[in-house]
Design a protein around this ligand. Structure first.
Ligand SMILES: NC(=O)c1ccc[n+]([C@@H]2O[C@H](COP(=O)([O-])OP(=O)(O)OC[C@H]3O[C@@H](n4cnc5c(N)ncnc54)[C@H](OP(=O)(O)O)[C@@H]3O)[C@@H](O)[C@H]2O)c1
Length: 249
């Protein structure tokens, strides 16, 4: 990607998105930050402007709201004056046990992490197709690689999103439209604030942001970040059920 790209960030208050956007600001890009809290978006916009972004605007909306997604997407593209690069970063971990007991909460997790996200991804891909080029980057998760008792509502939504983005990447293979699915392992961000952290399996938003940028430059279709999660999830996916069922993961 060259400089002065028009970059749309869906879920710009995400810690990973914010770290990634810093590099984009330093490259002199035009940024549109989308999130549901103006109070959180405004200071991020100020910081990104100070870091050198050509322009930074904010767009306040609940990205899980399924009404009028096409109309709102059109307004975002209009505000940005075009589209070269999209990062879809928003998501919600949710509470597995609460979802098992409360169908409304479960619907929220599924809609937030899958249904709404797949629709934004489709809208973004369609716009890039009309323009004939550009990159769509979607943050999924290693949690989508196998259903596990401690988090299968979030995991299934991310697994569905991974499949959707895989389909988009297949559709655009060989074209100038690039689609990338990012699968981070656990990252030290507000999403995991309630978890005990530390140890070699944990990563940082800086590291994930750097891996995303490198993968865009190399036009990769899917990455695990850090890379070793590829091997871990390969093992987890292939563990025989008789062993897998004894594990509390
Ligand atoms: N952290 C991890 O361990 C990890 C691992 C694998 C994948 N991921 C994925 O990476 C992405 C970024 O997460 P993160 O680690 O950067 O966590 P984060 O800092 O907690 O960011 C999540 C962001 O999503 C936003 N969001 C959630 N629902 C939204 C909605 N309906 N509309 C608008 N914004 C909404 C939240 O906004 P508010 O601030 O307004 O709540 C929050 O800023 C997520 O898709 C997550 O699933 C994270």
């Amino acid at each position: 990607m060259s400089e002065n790209n028009r970059v749309l960030i869906l879920g710009a208050t995400s810690s990973i998105a914010e770290h990634w956007a810093r590099g984009r600001a330093e490259a002199g890009d035009h940024l549109l930050l989308v999130g549901r809290s103006k109070d959180k978006l405004d200071p991020i916009a100020t910081d990104l402007t100070a870091r050198g972004a050509k322009s930074v605007d904010v767009f306040v909306t609940d990205l899980a709201d399924l009404e009028d997604q096409d109309r709102r997407f059109g307004k975002m593209v209009e505000a940005l004056g075009g589209l070269d690069l999209v990062l879809l970063a928003y998501g919600e971990l949710g509470d597995q046990e609460r979802g098992q007991a409360d169908a409304g909460f479960l619907r929220r997790i599924l809609v937030n992490n899958f249904t709404s996200a797949a629709i934004w991804a489709e809208l973004a891909a369609g716009e890039l197709e009309r323009r004939g080029k550009g990159s769509l980057v979607v943050l999924s998760s290693v949690a989508g690689d196998r259903g596990r008792r401690i988090g299968y509502s979030y995991g299934a939504a991310k697994g569905g999103l991974t499949r959707y983005v895989e389909g988009l990447a297949h559709r655009f293979a060989g074209s100038k439209v690039h689609v990338l699915c990012v699968k981070p392992g656990p990252v030290d961000t507000p999403m995991t604030a309630h978890m005990q952290k530390g140890g070699p399996l944990w990563s940082t938003p800086e590291k994930v942001a750097a891996d995303i940028e490198a993968a865009i430059a190399k036009r990769k279709v899917v990455i695990y970040t850090p890379w070793f999660w590829w091997g871990i999830m390969m093992i987890i996916r292939h563990l025989p059920r008789i062993i897998f069922n004894k594990m509390n993961i």
